[in-house]
Structure formats: C-alpha cells, structure tokens
Design a protein around this ligand. Structure first.
Ligand SMILES: [Zn+2]
Length: 372
C-alpha cells in the first residue's frame, strides 16, 4: 500500500500546471496544510467556499484541490471574525490541506483554456496573449544501440513540443571508445582494455525548466556507469505559452447559432452576447473566467469573436467599437469544467505513480452564484 503525501500530490499537480507559469500577482500552490501529511482522499472543486470545505471534511478528505486560490494577499491576522479566517480555522481543525491551481493552469499546455477550446469546438489553437517563452536546451546523449528506445521514452516527457508535434528526437549511429580504469564496473568492456561500442547519438530539445528532472531520468535509464551527455544552450525561440487561446471553428456559424451551441455545451442557463446575431463567425478567441482584458488582443489577432465571462457594460461598448463580437458565457460555466478534468487527470497520475490507495473525487455540489 503506497499512500501519497500532500507534497507528492503537489508535485503531480505541478506537472499539470507548473507554478512557474503563473501570473506575478497570482498565488497558486499549497494554501494551507502539511506537506508531509498522508492523503487517502482528495476532493477537486472550483472554489474553496465554506460549503465545499465542509463537504471535503465530511467526505474524510485530507486534501482539497481548487482552481481558485483561497489566499491572494498576505494575511496580517487569521481572525474567525472574517470568512477567510473561519475557513482557514475550519480546514486546519478538519485536517484538510488546500492546494490551488489558477493562472498556471489557465496558461499551461493542456490546461483550462485548451480544455475550454476543445469543449467549444475550436482547433489549431495558439495562445491569445503570450506570457512565457520557455527556454530550450539541447540534450545529446550517447547510448548503446539496444538502449536507445529506453532512453527515448525516459526523456520524451521533458521534451519541448514543436508546433503541433511532440516526441521529437533525432538519432544517428557511431562508435564510442573508453578504457575502464581500476575500480570501474563497466556495462561492457574489460578494465584496462580500450573498448569500442556501437552507440547512437540521441538528441532532443528539452524545456529548460524540466532539465534537472530530465537529467535525473537520463541517469536512471542509461545502462552505463558514467553516461556521456552534453547540454547545449540554444538561441532558438522556445515554446510560447500564454493566456487565452485563438483558434478556428470547423465551419463558419452565425453568432446566434454559435451562442446557442455554447449555452448547451457549457450547460449555461443563459448567456449574453454582443454583436449581430447573423454575423458569420469562424475565428474565435477565448479566455476562461474573466477575459475582458484580452479584448484588444482578440481584435488585433483578427478574431471574429471573444468568448469569456465577467464582461462589463463599457467593455461591451468597446467591443462594439472594435467590431468584435463577444459572448459572455459566465465565469462559472467556463471554469467548472476543470473539476471533472483534474479529477480524472490526477486520478490517472496517482495510479501511474503507484499510489493506488488514494481516491480522487469531484465535488458535485458547487453552483453558479449567479441565477437567472
Ligand atoms: Zn476564475
């Protein structure tokens, strides 16, 4: 029986949504709790509300994973005269740690904005506003020919995606030489004798931030006592990540038709839109939650429409002036979709890491605070 600790789960979440990608003002990561505490049950929710925290404690969960962080500004006191203080006390008393994602998950490849883009039928999506360009490093490793596949699969999780291609690598054969010295325990060859080995030069582009983990994986998967490998800094522009997405519909729809379609797929009770309902829409920008700040980025990128939530009156007027259609599908409907997704991804990752005695369940009681 292998039970994860809070820190192990934080590590898994950090692979899904690296904290380093978050906006400077944001505060993802462990909000409350003990990194060394064992976690047998996890609940996933959008918001750390009093009801959600109660139901996580009632369900005997030791960890609550939320999209929105509980703590944004530094606290000067934890008083139970405030809602936040009460929640902190309640969580600590109930033995519940709280771990949050947020803009790191919005920005991450395969994160909330990609999930929303998929849900609303967009393809060939790229970030709407680039916030991070991931630095790249070329990793070259020399490996006996019959161990190339093993090395390749160990390193692929850290390789950079290039455009719409992943698992990119190159290999070419050659001959490696070495003389094992006294005290060596060579994989092949004899101490004191010059050995020649058929090797391949395997090269991949690795994300700079993944380099320590990639080198660790290389050392674990390589058969040699002292693997030969080189790391090259690169001037190539790295993978671009950012807020929002822009992509295309498989075929143009009118704004009215598409608004109806979105209401159904997002299970929104209603949505508001700005623009001519008969206007043809094919290039669509989106931002889950509150994305009005991306209005001008959407217009500049040539989008016909921006789908987001939390649109204010004057922002709607600005969109009219820019000739950009808007759909305000609501903050909750555009983000609640993360609950099912993170529940499944975390569950799969725990099993893959051998933590078969940790259950992950989705919180099913959250509702949109706005009613129609
Ligand atoms: Zn949000």
């Amino acid at each position: 029986m292998k039970i994860p600790k809070t820190a192990d789960i934080a590590g898994i979440i950090n692979k899904i949504a690296p904290v380093a990608l978050a906006e400077a003002w944001d505060n993802p990561g462990l909000q409350i709790g003990d990194p060394a505490a064992e976690v047998k049950r996890v609940m996933v929710a959008l918001d750390p509300t009093p009801d959600v925290i109660d139901s996580a404690i009632k369900a005997s969960c030791q960890l609550l994973v939320t999209h929105h962080p509980l703590i944004f500004k530094p606290l000067k006191s934890i008083s139970t005269a405030t809602v936040q203080g009460t929640l902190i006390q309640k969580a600590i008393k109930g033995g519940l740690s709280i771990l949050s994602l947020h803009t790191n998950y919005d920005i991450a490849r395969g994160g909330l904005n990609d999930l929303l883009a998929d849900k609303i039928g967009l393809s060939n999506c790229v970030p709407l506003k680039v916030t991070t360009t991931c630095e790249l490093v070329k990793l070259v490793v020399f490996v006996p020919v019959d161990h190339v596949e093993q090395l390749r699969s160990a390193l692929f999780p850290f390789a950079a995606t290039q455009g719409n291609y992943r698992d990119c690598s190159f290999a070419a054969g050659g001959v490696g030489t070495f003389t094992p010295l006294e005290g060596a325990e060579p994989f092949s060859g004899t101490v004191g004798v010059l050995a020649k080995a058929l090797e391949e030069r395997l090269e991949l582009l690795i994300l700079r931030r993944e380099l320590p983990r990639a080198v660790k994986a290389l050392l674990a998967a390589h058969p040699y006592e002292v693997p030969a490998f080189d790391l090259y800094p690169l001037l190539n522009e790295g993978e671009k990540l950012g807020l929002g997405r822009i992509g295309r519909l498989p075929e143009p729809l009118t704004l009215g038709e598409y608004a109806g379609q979105l209401r159904r797929v997002l299970s929104a009770p209603a949505l508001r839109y700005v623009g001519d309902p008969s206007a043809k829409i094919s290039k669509v920008a989106l931002c889950s939650g509150s994305g009005a700040s991306l209005l001008h980025d959407a217009a500049r990128s040539g989008a016909d429409l921006l789908v987001t939530g939390d649109i204010k009156y004057h922002e709607a007027r600005d969109a009219e002036d820019l000739g950009l259609a808007l759909i305000d599908a609501g903050h909750f409907p555009t983000e609640i979709i993360m609950v099912q997704e993170i529940t499944e991804r975390l569950g799969r990752a725990l099993v893959a890491a051998g933590y078969t005695d940790c259950q992950v369940k989705a919180c099913r009681t959250e509702t949109d605070p706005f009613r129609i």
